[in-house]
Ligand binder design. Structure first.
Ligand code: HEM
Ligand code: HEM
Length: 184
């Protein structure tokens, strides 16, 4: 399915993009709320949701990349700096989607907490207990978080700039629900 003549992303690519965008925002909000919450059973519950949805991001990422590799991308007339910058930001966003769940999983493992995804699926620790490693992984988790937030600002400003300043199809090609030219 490498139909490169289409001006739109395949519906499945659009579906993964927006499903994961919503999920990642929810995971971030849960992380911030859980972090600020006073120590209580509710705080633990918030963290279980945070970790479970965070690991769902990791699972979906795997299927998303498989899906992306089996579908063509729309062609846009872009300047070479726009192409390099957008590819770079998008590639780094994929890396963040991988690094956030893994660094979180390492915090959890090193801190010697049980990990029960949605209270149902027990996952093994990735590393043995270590206070130093838990602290390091926490720093990594939060540093990558802020890198990811900055990349998202660039990504969203870029998308809006294409739409409102460049007045091109880049954003429209990633929006759901337009009938014209949709490929499955
Ligand atoms: C897309 C995936 C993820 C994102 C975007 C994310 C984001 C966040 C955010 C925003 C915070 C609060 C940071 C702060 O205010 O200091 C946080 C904290 C935390 N997250 Fe995640 N997270 C993700 C995945 C995970 C996963 C899969 C786990 C564990 C299995 C996890 C474990 C933790 C822990 C233990 C903390 C508390 C760290 C601390 O005490 O400073 N996260 N995360
Ligand atoms: C957590 C939020 C988001 C993440 C993690 C994310 C991530 C990504 C990634 C990785 C790609 C590259 C797709 C590929 O070529 O494989 C992409 C494409 C795209 N995203 Fe996002 N995105 C998010 C939110 C948004 C938002 C809010 C907008 C619109 C304002 C947006 C607009 C776009 C557009 C227009 C493309 C296509 C770019 C192109 O054709 O080169 N994204 N996004």
């Amino acid at each position: 399915m490498h139909g490169a003549d289409s001006s739109r992303w395949a519906a499945s690519v659009v579906g993964f993009h927006w499903l994961m965008a919503i999920l990642i925002v929810v995971v971030m909000i849960l992380g911030w709320v859980a972090e600020e919450y006073p120590s209580s059973p509710d705080k633990v519950t918030l963290f279980v949701w945070h970790k479970s949805f965070g690991l769902t991001v990791l699972l979906l990422l795997f299927f998303r990349l498989l899906n992306r590799w089996t579908h063509g991308a729309p062609r846009h007339e872009l300047k070479s700096w726009e192409r390099v910058l957008s590819r770079g930001v998008q590639g780094l966003l994929y890396l963040c989607m991988l690094a956030m769940p893994f660094s979180g999983w390492i915090i959890n493992s090193a801190a010697d907490f049980p990990l029960n995804v949605f209270w149902l699926i027990p996952l093994p620790p990735l590393v043995g207990p270590s206070e130093t490693l838990a602290e390091l992984a926490e720093e990594v988790h939060v540093t990558i978080l802020w890198i990811m937030v900055s990349l998202l600002v660039l990504h969203i400003v870029g998308a809006l700039r294409h739409h409102f300043v460049g007045k091109n199809q880049v954003l429209r090609a990633m929006l759901p629900g337009t009938k014209e030219g949709r490929r499955q």
